[in-house]
Design a protein around this ligand. Structure first.
Ligand code: COA
Length: 385
């Protein structure tokens, strides 16, 4: 196996992008990532594209060929990767494995979703749940995560304010990110008084419906300095699965696939959870950010709420979590999220994150979840070889 490095990254602005089509978005992200890697399109050997549901959101399938043609990269192989909201994380993993194995040398991993073209995105998103046992009974993702929030409050005494604190942190960081969908701060009171979605979660606990794309270029670590003065090294790329339906789990307050993927990643990277300086975690709902910081081992189970309240996950805290604004404020174009997380960690480790820079960050982590944890991808990245 060869070591792999990230040498180019990009992200389009996330938001309601009425003036850009699905294909415009992914081509914009891809071209920028290739330029960032000081390459041309002719250098790219293959492409993996994370996309959850082009079919339901814009009536488009056969995404690989579409993007290969419109990026001008045909005839290179272009493969769509789907794992609900973890599609981007898995596309990145495919690209890394392709380079590590020696099959290809320079590979692009992109992610894209255009969600705002449908009148109601909720039924399309619900396709990531168990159709027969969850979605068909009327269950939606806000309601699934609401049950997890209720249970966490019941088991650990976590307060509603502590859960809201994760959304407040996202908006605080997002206010410094020019590519974020929401660039304004909010308060705990604003979260608690915002429109109810699925009790106890309100609209300001939810990630939004978003359009956007992101892209990453990877190559063998030994070649990385040819393309970038500051390559970022992939120390681990892992993936774990769990039951797709929530009712089949042993616990509603632990995402086992996060534990499995992250422990394997720490083992491969030769680190412990406490070594992570900066992390982008999958806060599709505020409660999921809280679960992430516990399941990743940053804090003990049941202590995530207190950690949020005590400021331990702020940019200058024990571990800086979601400096980009996370899914809550940066936005959550489903298939693009896992790639955008890797782009943010790359900027942080390069020292290129401007006003939201985490000082001295050397080791970063991304956690990208599909559904309620049926799929989890974890990546550990480092500025040191
Ligand atoms: N956070 C902050 N503001 C939000 C928001 C959010 N999540 N969602 C919508 N808004 C704002 C909009 O910008 C708009 O503001 P404006 O009037 O100033 O333009 C206003 O609220 C109404 O927006 P609208 O699009 O009508 O909201 P909605 O009621 O249709 O959608 C949700 C709100 C919460 C239902 C939707 O954002 C949602 O489904 N989020 C979850 C997405 C999801 O499940 N992702 C996958 C996770 S696994």
């Amino acid at each position: 196996m060869r070591d792999v490095a990230i040498v180019g990254v990009s992200q389009t602005k996330f938001g309601e992008l009425w003036d850009k089509s699905f294909r415009d978005l992914v081509v914009e992200a891809g071209v920028e990532a290739i330029h960032d890697a000081n390459m041309t399109g002719e250098d790219i050997d293959a492409m993996y594209i994370g996309n959850m549901s082009g079919g339901l959101f814009v009536g488009q399938e056969h995404i690989g060929a579409l993007i290969a043609e419109h990026s001008g990269l045909a005839p290179i192989p272009a493969t769509r990767v789907e794992a609900a909201c973890a599609s981007g994380g898995l596309a990145l993993r495919q690209a890394i494995m392709a380079v590590a194995s020696g099959y290809y040398d320079k590979v692009m991993a992109a992610g894209v979703e255009k969600m705002t073209d449908v009148v109601d995105a909720t039924p399309a998103i619900a396709a990531a749940a168990d159709r027969e046992w969850e979605a068909q009974q009327g269950v939606t993702f806000p309601s699934l995560y609401a049950m997890m929030a209720r249970r966490h409050m019941h088991e650990y005494g976590t307060t509603r304010e502590q859960i809201a604190g994760f959304a407040v942190l996202g908006h605080k960081n997002g206010a410094l990110n020019p590519k974020a969908q929401f660039q304004r701060e909010i308060s705990v009171d604003a979260v608690l008084n915002s429109t109810k979605v699925a009790s106890p979660l309100n609209i300001l606990d939810c990630s939004p419906v978003s359009d956007g794309a992101a892209a990453v270029v990877v190559c063998p670590a030994e070649d990385a300095k040819k393309y970038s003065d500051t390559p970022i090294y992939v120390k681990a790329s892992t993936q774990a699965s769990d039951t797709i339906a929530l009712h089949s789990r042993k616990s509603l307050t632990t995402i086992e696939s996060t534990i499995n993927a992250s422990r394997k990643a720490y083992d491969i990277a030769g680190i412990e959870a406490k070594d992570v300086d900066v992390a982008e975690v999958h806060d599709c709902f505020s409660i999921n950010g809280l679960l992430a910081i516990e399941d990743l081992g940053f804090f003990k189970k049941g202590e995530g709420g207190q950690a949020i309240e005590d400021g331990l996950i702020e940019r200058d805290g024990q571990v800086a979590v979601n400096p980009s604004g996370g899914l809550k404020a940066r936005g959550h174009p489903l298939g693009a999220t896992g790639i955008a997380q890797a782009a943010e960690i790359t900027w942080q480790l390069r020292g290129d994150a401007d006003k939201r820079q985490v000082d001295g960050a050397e080791i970063g982590l991304t956690q990208n979840i599909g559904g309620t944890g049926g799929t989890v991808a974890v990546h550990v990245l480092s500025r040191n070889k």
